[in-house]
Design a protein around this ligand. Structure first.
Ligand code: GUN
Length: 280
């Protein structure tokens, strides 16, 4: 039986730390030092709208002032970029997030490049060559924290990341490297995927395909982190086939209740850091 890594419990701990940090900042430097976050959502996708609402609520719970800007589906790229320029220039705005995906007529690349790195609360502009990996991409940072809280030391271990997205796979590999892991990154074109996954001490899966990794692809005693969130018949299902993988793993994250709650907590950690940088 694998030990379950409880993302909800760890997220609660992280949120309590952020709330304490916000309160300390305000008590030391005054109300204008309070962390804040401007959340932009473009279009009417109900999942995106709901996620932004949840993120704003998390902000409120941790002493971070949220501002939600909801724009219509037909908002032009130019208008959105101009708005971001204004927010970049606004001294009172400390953190900016634009919920993805955006409508197809807007370039995600241009949009993310437009957000000033010192306000990029998602940590998407963190670069391996920037020395500034303090504001790290939230989901990989969440995974690192979960490993740490579970007593898993990645230094010297073989960590295999399945998936190479800009939001998870690539920054995940970088964060593992920065923590002295030996890293293999697999993706849709990888030949003999199972040969790689079977060698993982720590296996991190972020491919967006339900129950993609099965028990026969996992080494006995591995730590398995499931970043996936898919829905089958309205029920949340991860990228890992929990039933066949769990008996082989030493530790595993459940879906739901694993990485999901931690990802949103990572955003709050970044918002606090950005606000601290303004005064410290
Ligand atoms: N959409 C899905 N995940 C994310 C995320 O981490 N950040 C933003 N901005 N949008 C998302």
């Amino acid at each position: 039986m694998a030990q379950l890594i409880d993302g909800k419990a760890i997220a609660a701990k992280v949120m309590a730390e952020v709330a304490e940090g916000s309160a300390a900042l305000v008590s030391e430097f005054g109300e204008e030092a309070r962390p804040n976050m401007t959340l932009i959502v473009v279009g009417s996708d109900p999942v995106s709208k709901r996620l932004v609402e949840l993120k704003a609520k998390d902000c409120e719970k941790t002493g971070i002032t949220p501002t939600v800007i909801a724009l219509s589906e037909s908002t032009s790229e130019e208008k959105l970029l101009r708005m971001i320029e204004r927010l970049n220039a606004d001294e009172d705005v400390k953190a900016i997030l634009c919920q993805l995906p955006v409508p197809e007529h807007i370039s995600t690349k241009k949009l993310l490049a437009a957000i000033a790195p010192d306000k990029d609360v998602d940590g998407f502009s963190a670069r391996i060559d920037s020395d500034d990996y303090d504001i790290a991409a939230c989901t990989p940072a969440a995974v690192m924290r979960m490993l740490k809280e579970s007593g898993v030391e990645v230094a010297g271990k073989h960590c295999v990341v399945v998936g190479r997205s800009n939001i998870v796979g690539k920054p995940m590999a970088i964060q593992l490297l920065l923590n002295d892991a030996t890293v293999t990154v697999c993706h849709s074109k990888t030949a003999d995927l199972a040969e790689h996954t079977k060698r993982a001490d720590v296996l991190i899966v972020a491919v967006g395909r339900p129950r993609f990794v099965t028990g026969d692809m996992v080494k006995e005693g591995a730590v398995v982190i499931d970043v996936g969130m898919n829905y089958i018949d309205g029920k949340p299902v991860g990228d890992v086939d929990f039933e066949s993988v769990e008996p082989k793993a030493a530790m595993i994250t459940p879906v739901p209740g694993g990485v999901g709650p931690m990802t949103r907590a990572g955003l709050l950690v970044n918002a606090l850091k950005l606000a601290e940088r303004k005064v410290k």
